[in-house]
Ligand binder design. Structure first.
Ligand code: 13P
Length: 344
């Protein structure tokens, strides 16, 4: 595969393909495993990731790249094959989460700043050696009474831009992820509020990317969809979510960016798929690819079907492959409720 940043970015959003976010930190994967009453150990985490990465049909046909966590990029399958080699053999590009998580931002009412810039140049060099060709950094923007503040938005946009410039220096494609939460502590906001906050967030992020000299052809944007908070009394229709999301992206994302890969953010599996498909179906001609970079919405059914039991690996892989196929259809605007039932 080409090592040019722009070629890697294009491959990450190739037609009918998207990204698997399997970069849950040790704390997050423990919470996922708690839901199936499975103890989180290095071995159980390996077994779970191995089940996903060895779902060959899904990896070969629908998954362009996989975001790994520091432990996972160094981990080997049970038979000793490095995970990175399994992904590469299936034609899927290895990626790596490089942020160190969101911490309270001093001087604010509970807003957060993502950390991890110190020593990042050295970590990126090592990850490149380990096989990573793209990276991810997630900024968290919460909506609530009087928030987000300009201070929190600007600090997070600046950190994203410094991260992205460091990635490109290391020949790694940055996934730039500013997530406006739909499931924060007080998630009662309506879709119009999400639109306004997402618009301002993206404007500030692209301003900082410009100041930092980031080459837009060698990056991928990973945004939230424009959607009401999960506890909002006024939920928007799927058509409105699709329409407003495309509208804000057209207003804020330069056409030089090759692709936009959404996070699922707490939407149910099928709803996340439907929203993506509607955008590709109704959005008209778009300057960038619109695809998925889902964590929960690709994994939830597989995790449940597996349940931590070796005898359920094939069932877990079937559930995972099904979600990948449905989202691959959505990435080209061809998903339907019929396809969902038929294949299930
Ligand atoms: P979700 O799709 O579960 O939101 O996760 C995607 C992700 O990578 C968040 O950083």
């Amino acid at each position: 595969m080409s090592e040019r940043l722009a070629d890697i970015a294009v491959a990450m959003v190739a037609d009918g393909r998207g990204i698997l976010a399997a970069d849950e930190s040790t704390g997050t994967i423990k919470r996922r495993f708690d839901s199936i009453h499975l103890e989180s150990t290095a071995d159980s985490r390996r077994d779970y990731r191995e089940m996903l990465f060895r779902a060959d049909d899904a990896m070969r046909n629908y998954v362009s790249g996989v975001i790994l966590y520091d432990e996972t990029i160094r981990q080997k399958a049970k038979d000793g094959t490095p995970f990175v080699d399994i992904l590469k053999a299936a034609g899927s590009i290895p990626g790596i989460k490089v942020d160190k998580g969101a911490q309270p931002l001093a001087g604010t009412q509970g807003e957060q700043i993502t950390e991890g810039l110190d020593g990042l140049r050295e970590r990126l060099a090592e990850y490149h050696q380990l096989g990573a060709r793209f990276a991810k950094w997630r900024a968290v923007i919460d909506i609530g009474q009087g928030i987000p503040t300009y201070n929190a938005l600007a600090a997070n946009a600046h950190a994203l831009a410094r991260y992205a410039a460091l990635c490109q220096e290391a020949q790694i494609v940055p996934i730039v992820e500013p997530e406006v939460l739909m499931d924060g502590p007080v998630a009662t906001h309506d879709i119009a509020t999400c639109y306004r906050v997402t618009e301002l967030t993206l404007k500030l992020v692209f301003e900082q990317l410009y100041f930092a000299g980031v080459d837009l052809t060698g990056m991928i944007l990973k945004p939230n969809m424009v959607i009401a908070g999960k506890d909002s009394p006024t939920q928007a229709s799927p058509e409105e979510v699709a329409e407003k999301t495309v509208k804000v992206l057209k207003a804020c994302v330069p056409p030089a960016v090759p692709g936009i890969a959404f996070l699922s953010g707490g939407q149910s599996d099928e709803v996340a798929t439907k929203h993506l498909s509607l955008m590709n179906e109704l959005g008209g001609p778009l300057p960038w690819k619109l695809t998925f970079s889902y964590g929960r919405a690709l994994q939830a059914a597989a995790l449940k079907a597996w349940g931590g039991k070796p005898e359920n690996v094939a069932a877990g892989q079937r559930a995972f492959t099904h979600r990948c196929r449905m989202n691959a259809l959505a990435a080209t605007g061809r998903w339907s409720a019929d396809a969902e039932r038929h294949a299930a």
